[in-house]
Design a protein around this ligand. Structure first.
Ligand code: FAD
Length: 473
């Protein structure tokens, strides 16, 4: 990682690490094994003390699952999915949009805590904080709700499921559920993986549609009554295949790269076309899913460039067409030293704090040297907003050097944080609005003046005509 991401190294986000790993393997530097290609991860330099106290879980996972001792041995690793960014679309209370009484939260839900990527630690916030918020809403809903149990409907459904199980258990000739599961997995790993293309995704959707059909004809070999893992897998496989198809088809249609969705044939994020959520419904079980798109709407945290290093790409252009002006927000400031500061022992804190303040100062200088207006075809912005996504990261920097904000301001850079970003944007919006009103008032006065001049001319002419008529009389 130091070669690929010298600034962040192993602290780079999961999607970036996955991409770098894949690139390394594509260069032919992977290790072949009976379980597929992998890389080696070396933690031996951290030493026994560090590994057994600060990374205990890593040691346990290595020992229990693959029998590798990371204190003395290399660990085989490979890039894979780091989180399911999509899920059941719910509102802020965790209530599903389209199914009254269904609540969802956590990795299974689309609760708007994540976009096309997942920030580190967000799952914890989602399950713990979100769990509390949504849990209360479920309790409130349950108190008011009345249970209308339609026995006939339940019996019909139970009969349908029993028939399905009987068919699978008695099937003389049918598909093996584990084979189908492995085929789904192979398709996703080959063509719906870290880097995606139209060709691969098309192949994946075709393959998955075929598997969906084959899930209708399964033979369950194990006839054990009660807890039967093969039977429970068989009952789930159709849903798994359909879910995989929705992911592949949604990715195929989305002709851009965003967050963890990385298209080789469309490497750029396209906010004009794709600042929306893909919604998929499957109204007819034997038909095909229906895809619609929901605009993302106003965001507290705007989409930005989430890579690392010196990059001249504009993070976001806020276009308020009615003012014919555009605002640039930069969110590339490195917070590596801040992370180190937070995790540091007492004696190390001072040096990391200084490094963090220097990093912000350096970024201000770099930003001021960049001429964004020359890079893009946009009206020259008066100033740039520099967004620091972690509030305390800015607070500690200002405590250490209280001139940091003013010095940036002198260079036409306004430092904003999550709590000040929206207020700042609203102030800019109101300033532009005032400016426009002022321009309108001047225009009205100019046109009124011109009208007055014309009217005065007309009156003079008419007076002249009147005088001439009087003289003629
Ligand atoms: C290796 C790894 C490392 C991670 N590290 C971090 C981290 O450092 N920080 C962080 O914030 N997040 C991390 N995550 C992500 C985080 O752990 C998950 O997003 C989070 O645990 C999801 O919680 P959940 O309750 O939504 O779902 P889950 O934890 O998946 O819980 C779902 C539960 O439902 C059960 N279930 C499924 N089907 C049925 C059924 N039909 N009937 C009854 N029960 C069922 C499952 O057995 C499971 O217990 C990591 C994930 C992985 C895999």
């Amino acid at each position: 990682m130091p070669d690929y991401e010298p600034d962040k190294q192993e602290l780079a986000s999961r999607d970036v690490v996955s991409r770098r790993m894949k690139e390394h393997m594509l260069k032919g530097k992977g290790v072949q094994s009976p379980y597929g290609e992998h890389l080696w991860m070396d933690l031996r330099h951290l030493g026994k003390e560090h590994l057994t106290t600060k990374l205990r879980e890593v040691v346990d996972i290595c020992m229990y699952f693959i029998g590798v001792n990371p204190i003395t041995e290399l660990i085989p690793v490979r890039p894979t999915q780091h989180y399911s960014m999509g899920g059941i679309r719910v509102n802020k209370d965790g209530h599903a949009y389209n199914l009254e009484g269904l609540f969802a939260l956590g990795e299974v839900a689309c609760w708007d805590m994540h976009g096309f990527n997942r920030l580190g630690g967000n799952s914890l916030a989602e399950t713990v904080v979100g769990g509390m918020v949504v849990g209360k809403k479920v309790a409130e809903y349950t108190k008011k709700a009345t249970l209308i149990a339609d026995k006939t409907l339940a019996e019909q459904f139970a009969k349908k499921e029993q028939d399905k199980m009987a068919k699978m258990l008695n099937n003389a000739n049918g598909e093996n559920v584990y084979k189908l599961r492995d085929e789904i997995s192979a398709i996703l790993i080959k063509d719906v993986h870290i880097f995606r293309t139209e060709e691969g995704l098309t192949r994946a959707t075709e393959g998955l549609l075929d598997i969906i059909k084959r899930t209708k004809n399964i033979k369950v070999h194990s006839k054990a009554p009660g807890m039967n893992p093969e039977l429970s897998s068989a009952l789930r496989i159709e849903g798994m295949a359909k879910q995989a198809y929705i992911i592949a088809k949604g990715a195929l249609d989305r002709t851009e790269s965003r967050g963890a969705h990385s298209r080789e044939d469309y490497p750029k994020r396209d906010d004009d076309k794709w600042l929306n959520r893909t919604l998929a419904r499957w109204p007819e079980p034997d038909g095909e899913p229906v895809f619609t798109y929901e605009p993302v709407g106003l965001l507290d945290l705007p989409p930005g460039y989430r890579g690392y290093g010196d990059d001249l790409r504009v993070d976001m252009k806020i276009s308020i067409e009615k003012y014919n002006k555009k605002m640039i927000i930069d969110s590339k400031v490195s917070l590596t030293d801040y992370e180190r500061l937070v995790n540091a022992e007492d004696e190390e804190k001072d040096s990391f704090l200084k490094a963090h303040v220097n990093s912000i100062r350096k970024h201000v200088d770099q930003l001021s040297d960049k001429n964004y207006q020359d890079l893009y075809d946009i009206e020259s912005p008066d100033f740039v907003l520099m967004f620091i996504p972690i509030e305390p990261a800015f607070a500690v920097a200002v405590t250490e050097d209280n001139s940091i904000y003013n010095k940036a301001f002198e260079k036409n850079i306004v430092i904003v944080t999550p709590s000040t970003l929206l207020a700042t944007l609203r102030t800019i919006d109101s300033m532009w609005n005032n400016e426009k009103q002022q321009r309108n008032a001047i225009e009205i006065a100019r046109q009124a003046g011109a009208l007055y001049d014309k009217f005065e001319g007309l009156v003079n002419d008419l007076t002249g005509v009147g005088k001439k008529i009087d003289a003629a009389n």
